[in-house]
Design a protein around this ligand. Sequence first.
Ligand code: HSE
Length: 435
Amino acid sequence: MKSKYKIGFLGMGTVAQGVWRHLANNHAEMSRRLGADYELSVACVRSAAKKRGVEIAPERLTENPEDVVSNPEIDVVCELMGGVETAFKLVKKAVENGKIVITANKAMLCEKGAELFALLEKNPKSQIFFEASVAGGIPIIKSLREGLVANRFSLIYGILNGTCNYILTRMERENATYEAVLEDARRLGYVEADESLDIDGIDSAHKAAVLAYLAHGRWVKLSEMIVNGIREIRLEDMLWAREFGCRIKLLASIKRDSETGKISVAVYPALLPLSDVVANVNEVFNAVALEGDLVGRTVHIGRGAGQNATASAVISDIADAFRALNSNAKYVSCHASNGVEMMPLKDIESSFYMRLSVKDETGTLAKIASIFASQKVSIELLEQKRHVNANEAWLILTTHKTSEFAIREACKALEESEQVLEKPFVLRIFEDTQA
Ligand code: HSE
């Protein structure tokens, strides 16, 4: 056991600066809480000359990542640079060099997790901690790995993207435009460098992959998931969802079929009943609801993005890293030793909300109804709403449970109909299968 552990950083962006500042400004107290003294030894950055929001002595900055990952002095490597390929190459090297690695990089974990965790098996001195990769400040990784270690999970669902939740909340509350709210989210440091990752649901999908791995032992690829984002949601959808007693949230869901044991992983904007606690989690907050076979339901809520919340998660990993260094403690990496199979898309069922822009003329309703009937999709509720254009109308409807395949076929047929003026817009209605 060393008297002092040395921490190196790859990347010095918003989150890394938060970690550095907190550990530098509260050194004595943080050493006590983390169980060891430490030195913030070196940070690898793209440009050492760049001005930063945290003071770092010039001799502690480098532009050469080898000074971190291959530096024999460094015990803990914090990878906070983002991106996939370069980050993976460096993390791999750090693992091979026996370092403890901390990463917030959900994209890298999702795409390279299988390879990375196989590599860890061959490098027993190394470990990877990734609390900050999912749900910002909520200690959800630790909860799954430790507090809930006894459980198998039939359902995990929640809000995993702070940016989208912030946008949807403010649009609904203030009638604000999507662009104006996105600008505020950028200013607050919530948004990924590539904003499409947030808005198109990919960031949530990366995080869902991490949770699915912990719960079920399989690294699910993006191509194996349903992934939809929030771009096409209109203010009207939010108001109409309320008429059905629901709120629209970008949800991630990981379901395990109790009969076949197969899982489905999906990210989509969904109508969630207002009675569900997750529907009332707003702004940048994330929520993860878990259904464990022993514990039953637990719901975890906290800030899902932002400098301090994410820094809090990284520092909790530093505590685990020091514990591992002090005692050679090993952590459970996932709940299942053999990965599960994926549920085929045709077996995934849900009820749906649909917004249709149609010609407001005699016979429209009958034609639309016959399309649904021909695709064997059963309508549950249907309402016509006034459109701003005189000869048009909105049809807002919900369906009974139907398969993903049937709803896609129905949408194709609707799009081909002369009565339908825009591509049908569809949202799933989230059903809490365990409630
Ligand atoms: N862009 C992410 C979000 C940051 O909004 O949730 C945290 O992963």
